[in-house]
Design a protein around this ligand. Sequence first.
Ligand code: ATP
Ligand code: MG
Length: 353
Amino acid sequence: MTTVYTVDSIPGDGIGREVVPAAIRCIDEVARIEGFEVTWRERDWGSDRYLADGAMMPADGIDQLADGDGIFLGAVGQPGIPDHVTLWGLLIPIRRSFMQYVNLRPVRLLPGVEARVSGAEKLDAVVVRENVEGEYSEIGGRAYDGRPEGMAIQQSVFTHAGVSRVAEFAADLAVRRSGRLISATKSNGILHAMPFWDEVVEETVSRSGTVELESVLIDALAARVVLRPDSIDVIVASNLFGDILSDLLAAVAGSIGVAPSANLNPPREHPSMFEPVHGSAPDIAGKGIANPVGQMWAGALMLEHLGEEQAAKRLVIAFEAALADGIRTADLAGTASTLDFTEAVIERLRSAA
Ligand code: ATP
Ligand code: MG
């Protein structure tokens, strides 16, 4: 019997509506080659819906996604709509309702992408970012606004369970890669949360036995990303540090158009969400020139998560081959359109099958 996966696709806004269909064509092609099927449930959620109805998604949107095998998101956001509307109206409810506590961001220099710093040619790293707690909490407040004694207090939340589950995920990943794990910390300056982070990470990682753990202060780690990018393999970091590090690494690796991101619920009790790192790119939307690689790579992460490792590999090999053959979109100094690039990937998938 053929395996059928049900995936909710949310193309969203701007170039999301161009790169999601492009990636779906490629995923359907690898599925055909590997002998499984994906049933896509397309959702027209996003800014247009917000402008018409006052909400990015329906009130029961989360329930509609709950029984699916995955969520394939393009990008949401458009000029004139504040970021917190898109974040709190769609992204954060999905991440939190489905306990997507790991944000996974692989970074690698792809063929045809120019290295920004020396050593980046050999860059091949993964950032495991804690995705539901830490510094991004709603606890805190402001007092005496507009007065000289004005103040804001923002509390971080680090729980034993929260730190330990993300550390465990990172340690498992490290075992499957180089066996080395870097934990980003700041225990010399942040006196409660970060020593706690260090203790729980150490305790969790030591249970995995073989992983070599290195705790590095976030400032030194940021410098190391730029100075010795090839010395980094797997990084585990809190919500804020992980956010900054993954953008920094992506910048070192070249173009924003190629970077993917997975919001994972590792126990697989709920669907996970896969998206490119880039946003809706209103400046190039509708022109058919967006780079679909970030979305395709996000698709490969989704296939891997679904257990279709062979299909994931095929897809990555195919878009890397197209890039290596010089088929590149304008952001990579090429002349290919989104469609040209997509056709090139499909051609390579077929000829490798
Ligand atoms: P958002 O608020 O949705 O994050 P943004 O404008 O802050 O949007 P991006 O949408 O990521 O950020 O765009 C940043 C820049 O990178 C823009 O100039 C955009 O055109 C370019 N860019 C982003 N993604 C791509 C892509 N896939 N292909 C080509 N260029 C891209
Ligand atoms: Mg942005």
